[in-house]
Design a protein around this ligand. Structure first.
Ligand SMILES: [Zn+2]
Length: 455
């Protein structure tokens, strides 16, 4: 014990002395990149400026404007025939869950039993690569990720193990007994098969504990099942979760599926409401008044998903939310797979990115102008993800995450279907329509901000 104590003193003195004695190596010069943008979209105002230069130093944007001097030695990327815009956001998705029509009939349970957390983390990594390829530089990943595969995905991308969007993970969804499942006693009591997909939290103490546990293991947002069960959360329960989440810098999203649950979430002042199906025009009015974000998860009617009737309801609800000025985000709830997810003309499998961009169909059917769709896909997404001070807009000081398309998304939102250039953290991920992610791969963790593992 004494020896250990001595060693501890030695280590502590070394720590204290280190800043005084160690020579700080001079910072390596950061690579400079200049992007020539034919049109540069500002989604906040819904306008575009012509012939802009974006100067990038290392990972961040240094200057933007028509007359920015390009330093000697800068590498120049010519996008003068393209429209450049900030990266896109899916504000509600599930990166590490792929439930199947066959053989589990979309019940989820088999996926949970048959697919381990490591396997699902690797699925998430693949989905991340596909989403970045389609221009999604941020995703809010809100539950159903086994035992923190979402937090691991965020860490892996931040450390430089693989390219992908910035991930805002929630950890397991927190709900009252059962979460979204209706497990058998065998699943629940003897084998715990329904875990770790949900954390049961039935009392104030358990809610506090669950929120803290998720934040400890890497959550950057907290996801509550408000009304997945008749014994759902009260206004006071939700307020408690919001207060506790704030201690770790997290905002709270509530899954709602009943009008009464939606009202409780609104009354508690929740940050985001997920799923538009149970919301009435009166809820929309209150959400606009309180500035509560909507992640409507507005599923289009396609050969592989949905019904005409459900689509009409989604379109009408989204339209009403837009008319009432609810802060809208672009969100998909994507988490499934079936045999029909193919390009109707070529028979080629659709990528996760292509499936995600397909949701613009709902927004178009709702008659929402492209500028407003684009704002939902960018600015509102950064705000909902609570990252806008650091990442998203193309402004000096922020991370260089940007994309380019041939068309004009302010005139035709379908222009976003063909993203031919993607930059993330100042590194080119896709150019001339070709993924070139080699620079993103490293033989070890290369980023440890503040000398510790990122959470
Ligand atoms: Zn969801």
């Amino acid at each position: 014990m004494a020896r250990r104590f001595g060693l501890l003193v030695l280590m502590l003195s070394a720590c204290l002395l280190a800043p005084l004695t160690a020579q700080t190596p001079p910072a390596a010069p950061q690579p400079i990149t200049a992007i020539k943008a034919g049109r540069l979209v500002d989604p906040e105002s819904g306008t575009a400026a012509l012939n802009q230069i974006i100067l990038i130093e290392g990972e961040r944007i240094k200057a933007v404007g028509p007359n920015v001097a390009v330093p000697a030695g800068a590498s120049v990327i010519d996008l003068s025939k393209m429209t450049v815009l900030p990266g896109l956001v899916d504000a509600h998705t599930h990166m590490a869950m792929t439930y199947k029509e066959q053989p589990e009939n979309n019940y989820y349970y088999l996926t949970y039993v048959m697919e381990s957390t490591p396997l699902r983390a690797i699925q998430a990594a693949s989905n991340a690569i596909q989403l970045l390829n389609s221009g999604f530089t941020v995703v809010r990943d809100v539950g159903n990720n086994a035992l923190y595969a979402d937090a691991a995905l965020r860490q892996a991308i931040e450390q430089g193990w693989l390219p992908g969007p910035t991930v805002i993970p929630s950890g397991p969804m927190i709900g009252s007994t059962g979460g979204q499942f209706w497990p058998t006693p065998e699943m629940y009591k003897q084998h715990n098969i329904m875990f770790p997909e949900y954390i049961d939290a039935n009392s104030p103490d358990e809610i506090v504990r669950a929120v803290r546990e998720n934040m400890l293991f890497g959550a950057r947002t907290i996801k509550l099942c408000i009304d997945c069960k008749p014994w759902g959360y009260s206004v006071e329960d939700i307020k408690l979760a919001i207060r506790e989440a704030a201690t770790g810098g997290c905002k709270v999203e509530g899954h709602v599926q009943t009008p009464a649950g939606a009202q409780r979430a609104i009354d508690a002042g929740i940050y985001i409401i997920a799923h538009g199906t149970a919301l009435t025009p009166e809820h929309h009015r209150q959400m606009a008044e309180k500035g509560i974000f909507l992640a409507g998860t507005d599923t289009p009617f396609t050969a592989y998903r949905g019904t005409e009737a459900a689509f009409k309801r989604a379109v009408d609800s989204l339209r009403d939310a837009w008319e009432k000025n609810v802060p809208l985000t672009y969100s998909t709830d994507f988490d499934y797979w079936n045999e029909r997810m193919k390009d109707e003309k070529t028979g080629r499998w659709l990528s996760r990115g292509e499936l995600t961009i397909e949701f613009v169909r709902t927004w178009k059917a709702a008659g929402i102008p492209p500028a407003d769709v684009l704002r939902a896909m960018t600015i509102n997404g950064y705000k909902a993800a609570d990252i806008i001070a650091d990442r998203g807009p193309i402004k000096p000081g922020l991370f260089a995450d940007l994309i380019a398309v041939a068309g004009d998304p302010l005139a035709d939102i379908d222009a976003l279907r063909t993203v031919s250039f993607v930059m993330k953290n100042g590194m080119v991920y896709k150019r001339d329509g070709v993924m070139m992610p080699a620079d993103f791969f490293h033989p070890g963790p290369v980023r440890m901000p503040n000398g510790r593992w990122t959470r």
